[in-house]
Design a protein around this ligand. Structure first.
Ligand SMILES: [Zn+2]
Length: 230
């Protein structure tokens, strides 16, 4: 193998590993960020559900209180009618009819409010479950990062000086070329498969391949710029 290809390969291998370590670290952090966002959404959802439950409780209580008061009124009016103590019998009958009608309305409303109360209670439970899941996900994400953080940093700490040393071995002319290749997020090394570049499928002329194979010269793919591996 041409010494330039060996030197590039040494840097490239380090860079591939460094990229993978950084990507893993970023991935773990992304999971935590997503879990934090889910938790914030779950918190908001729970607060909304709790507010709705409180409102449903209040509405049900108000209705029940009014129903109690009308029930008492109905008993008192009946008592007056039955005992003949109503000052105006016809008026008392009318009042009783009105009170009964109001009680009907309040009872119907009461059933609906109880249904709403139950639904609001279920919504709170569901929001609490969502929040619990978000908390668990966040804890799992943090545990995953905690488990990998030190090993990732350790390996990165070991590989960076190796990369530095490999970089120093690179011919000065190759450095900007390699740097450019990385900047473009392209591979530094490619194989030749059936006379074409494995990355971009550009044709590799026979002479280029012969030079590469014999280690006589280091060539770059004319398509993607990567150095060709023998
Ligand atoms: Zn190519």
């Amino acid at each position: 193998m041409h010494p330039d290809i060996v030197a590039i390969s040494n840097v490239w291998q380090c860079d591939v590993r460094i990229d993978a370590l950084k990507a893993e670290h970023e991935g773990l952090n992304r999971v935590i960020k997503a879990a934090e966002a889910s938790l914030a959404a779950a918190d908001a959802g729970l607060a909304t559900a709790q507010a709705a439950l409180a409102a449903a409780k209040t509405a049900e209580r108000v209705n029940a209180r009014e129903l109690d008061s009308y029930t008492e009124k109905r008993a008192a009016t009946r008592e007056m009618i039955n005992t003949g103590t109503a000052p105006d019998y016809a008026a008392a009958e009318r009042q009783l009819a009105n009170v009964i009608a109001r009680i009907d309305t309040l009872e119907t409303a009461g059933i609906e409010l109880l249904d709403a109360l139950e639904a609001a209670g279920e919504a709170v439970k569901s929001a609490e479950r969502a929040r619990k899941k978000a908390l668990d996900d966040l804890a799992a994400g943090k545990a995953a990062l905690a488990a990998r953080d030190a090993p990732l940093r350790k390996e990165l700490g070991e590989i960076l000086p190796r990369r530095e040393a490999a970089w120093e071995e690179l011919h000065p002319e190759l450095k900007p070329q390699y740097f450019d290749q990385r900047r473009k997020k392209k591979r530094a090394l490619v194989n030749v498969v059936e006379k074409t570049c494995s990355a971009c499928s550009t044709f590799v002329p026979p002479q280029v391949w012969l030079d590469t194979e014999s280690g006589k010269e280091a060539h770059r793919c004319t398509g993607c710029g990567a150095w060709i591996l023998p």
